[in-house]
Design a protein around this ligand. Structure first.
Ligand SMILES: *Cc1c(COP(=O)(O)O)cnc(C)c1O
Length: 426
């Protein structure tokens, strides 16, 4: 038998040029394939390695899961401007002097929340970290034992507190905490309590024999109240939606109402119900926001112009009361019968599966149990891997041995791509 000569790394890499990956990456794929032995199949293996590299790159995907804020898919859907350009990030265009990066997006956010000031950091966790470090390092911060939560991905209140240098003053019990518990903790000078923190339970609920203290009750304490509302609902009246607040939103705390109830500061994520990029927003009293801005951590946690630009765009849409211009809210408020029409059109186009009603969820660790009537396409069997391997990848979910594609989280302009992905299954 004649042994097959191993192909040269360079020739093999060049044969993969159609993948569009840069040559050094293809050389890596070729080397790995050759090192794996059996030269006769090196070419196929190299192509497979190149394909895995391409799949590992950050890329747009179609979210057909019906989970509006899907943590694995970057939470809120985001438009990214592609053109290279300078911005007035730290230039005051009116005076020509050095400006502040908190002057544009943060100023709009403050206005939106009815706050005197705001500052933007990289995510919700860093917002809480910065507030605690700037206002309570070396001092006591009081939190109800029922709110010492862990939010998905390892945001644990006691650990964030420890990192900030603030001392956790635990108040009340897991299921019941009263205002008198807070007042007693604040009055005990050994605690050296300088702020009270209220943390929204976001992704879980305590039911039954429970009692908790509202922000307006806490506002009677002698220390400022910081409310980590988490999800970033701006205003519980949802003036940016024609039909007002959807029923599934009931009970979710909102920035504007939390501040007017007496919170000195609110913190929230930019990419949950706010519908923007990953960011953390701190809004409220000027003196406290300035203390946060002056803390050395503020620089370590500050976002760049990409994030600030995207946040500002969303804030302006809210101020125009144009929820349809915020992709998350456009998707969240789409009528089920409109989705049904789209689902029937997709099925007619691809000739596979059937249109079916289903339920979307807000996701992102917000509003557990909430469901939104939706419509989409269902096909027999588990087709997730084939759909994921498409271009663009389509992410679906499986239940009862069938694959469900919810059109609520699919941009209408992507329906044709979904139909093509389904056709390719057949
Ligand atoms: C989501 C959430 C966080 C963490 O925010 P990230 O933006 O994920 O860092 C903190 N607190 C609450 C209450 C949350 O819901």
């Amino acid at each position: 038998m004649r042994s097959v000569k191993p192909p040269s790394v360079d020739a093999l890499a060049r044969s993969l040029a159609d993948t569009g990956l840069p040559h050094p990456l293809l050389v890596g794929a070729a080397r790995t394939a050759i090192a794996e032995g059996d030269p006769g199949e090196a070419s196929q293996r190299a192509r497979r390695h190149a394909r895995l590299m391409a799949l590992a790159l950050l890329q747009p995907v179609i979210n057909a899961t019906g989970v509006l804020l899907h943590t694995n898919l970057g939470r809120a859907p985001l438009a990214v401007a592609a053109e290279a350009a300078y911005t007035n990030l730290e230039l005051d265009l009116s005076s020509g002097r050095r400006g502040s990066r908190h002057a544009h997006a943060a100023a709009m956010l403050a206005r939106l929340c009815g706050a005197d000031a705001a500052i933007v950091v990289n995510n919700g966790a860093s917002a809480v970290l910065l507030v605690l470090a700037a206002l309570a390092a070396g001092r006591g911060a009081a939190v109800s034992r029922g709110e010492l939560v862990e939010i998905g991905g390892g945001f644990r209140v006691p650990e964030v507190m420890e990192q900030s240098g603030a001392r956790l003053v635990e108040v009340g019990t897991t299921n019941r905490t009263r205002l008198t518990d807070f007042a007693a903790a604040a009055a005990d000078s050994a605690n050296d309590t300088v702020l009270a923190l209220k943390v929204h339970q976001s992704n879980y609920r305590i039911v039954g024999f429970t009692e908790s203290v509202t922000v307006s009750e806490m506002a009677s304490l002698d220390v400022p109240v910081v409310a980590d509302i988490g999800s970033g609902l701006v205003d519980s009246a949802c003036p940016w939606l024609d039909d007002g607040p959807p029923s599934w939103l009931a009970g979710e705390p909102a920035a504007r109402q939390t501040l007017s109830a007496g919170a000195a500061l609110v913190t929230f994520s930019g990419d949950k119900l706010f519908g923007g990029p990953q960011a953390g927003i701190i809004a409220g009293r000027v003196d406290l926001v300035e203390k946060c801005a002056r803390h050395p951590l503020a620089r370590a946690l500050r976002p760049g112009s990409l994030v600030l630009g995207a946040l500002q765009q969303v804030a302006l849409a809210y101020l125009r009361r144009d929820g349809q211009a915020i992709e998350f809210w456009r998707m969240a408020s789409a009528a089920a019968d409109e989705l049904e029409c789209r689902a029937r059109a997709v099925v007619a186009e691809c000739g596979i599966g059937e249109a079916a009603s289903m339920a979307s969820v807000p996701g992102g660790g917000t509003i557990p149990g909430a469901e939104i009537d939706s419509f989409g396409v269902v096909v027999d069997g588990d087709c997730r891997a084939a759909l994921r391997a498409g271009s663009p990848p389509v992410i679906a979910r499986v239940s009862d041995g069938r694959t469900w594609l919810d059109l609520r989280t699919v941009a209408p302009g992507d329906d044709r791509r979904v139909a093509a992905a389904l056709s390719a299954l057949g």
